[in-house]
Design a protein around this ligand. Structure first.
Ligand SMILES: Nc1ncnc2c1ncn2[C@@H]1O[C@H](COP(=O)(O)OP(=O)(O)OP(=O)(O)O)[C@@H](O)[C@H]1O
Length: 260
């Protein structure tokens, strides 16, 4: 991908170099159902990763583990050099501050204006003074093309606009990495483009993004690497031209032909 930001790179601090997100041997079960069966994945700063795969292959569960919404039983997860042990609830809460997540449903607070939705977390979690939180919300709203919607209520916006507010709200916590879980799946087709345009802009500005998506053309255009998940594992990973143009395994070939 051509970016205006420097290329993806391992993070360097305190003389150490490490990926921004490092996942090793991650296993997660719901009861007897093992959903993630040993996932290994490193994500460098400024990388854009698209996760694709059949329904039930564990894509959403993996994202939810990365932002600490789900516990896992085995393996390790390190974000920004902070290792997170399986089941460490306090560390998971801390982790969530540095990881933004956007879901298929926008989950805006219906009784708060657009601006207040964005100000909420910086005010409550980061203790940002009200005027600074407001300035931050205004800036983010213009970044997602909604500068004039500060005082609107969520119900007055289209689905595409609400999803853009959800993106602004996630960015308000200045996350290290942004996780996107099928964020256009609930939108009418004519509204998909405006949301993808915002995500593409963030990618070009150097945001580290891990997105689960069914938008194959978008994955091909924007991502640095595509991860194909199959039966709870990373089955194939590579540059978009390799994964889409020259899939190595029959499972990926079948998945891609079923998408056409
Ligand atoms: N909270 C839960 N409790 C029990 N089982 C769950 C839970 N969440 C997910 N699962 C199961 O885990 C498996 C993987 O689900 P997951 O949502 O991660 O898959 P996915 O690849 O994201 O699928 P999709 O593309 O349909 O969203 C499924 O079998 C699902 O039923």
């Amino acid at each position: 991908m051509t970016t205006t930001a420097p290329a993806a790179s391992p993070h360097a601090a305190n003389g150490l170099v490490y990926p921004l997100v490092s996942i090793q041997g991650l296993r997660k079960s719901y009861g007897a159902n093992e959903v993630l069966k040993g996932v290994d994945l490193d994500v460098n700063r400024r990388e854009v990763i698209a996760i694709i795969g059949k329904s039930g292959s564990g894509k959403s569960t993996l994202l939810r583990c990365i932002n600490g919404l789900e516990t896992f039983q085995h393996g390790s997860l390190t974000v920004h050099g902070q290792p997170l042990k399986a089941g460490d609830a306090a560390a998971m809460r801390e982790l969530r501050k540095g990881v933004g997540m956007i879901f298929q449903s926008f989950n805006l607070f219906p009784h708060l204006s657009v601006g207040r939705n964005i100000m909420l977390a910086p005010s409550l979690v980061m203790n940002l003074p009200k005027d600074e939180a407001r300035k931050r919300a205004e800036k983010l709203l213009s970044r997602v093309g909604l500068a004039d919607k500060f005082d609107s209520m969520p119900e007055q916006l289209s689905g595409g606009q609400q999803q853009r507010v959800a993106i602004a709200r996630a960015l308000a916590m200045e996350p290290e990495v942004l996780l996107c879980d099928e964020i256009t799946s609930a939108l009418d087709p004519e509204l998909v483009g405006e949301v993808l345009h915002v995500v593409e802009g963030l990618a070009l500005q150097g945001m580290t993004i891990i997105m689960v998506t069914h938008e194959m053309n978008f994955a091909r255009k924007v991502s640095d690497r595509v991860v194909f998940m199959h039966q709870g594992k990373v089955h194939e990973v590579g540059a978009p031209e390799q994964v889409f143009g020259n899939p190595a395994t029959p499972e990926l070939q079948q998945f891609l032909s079923a998408m056409h």
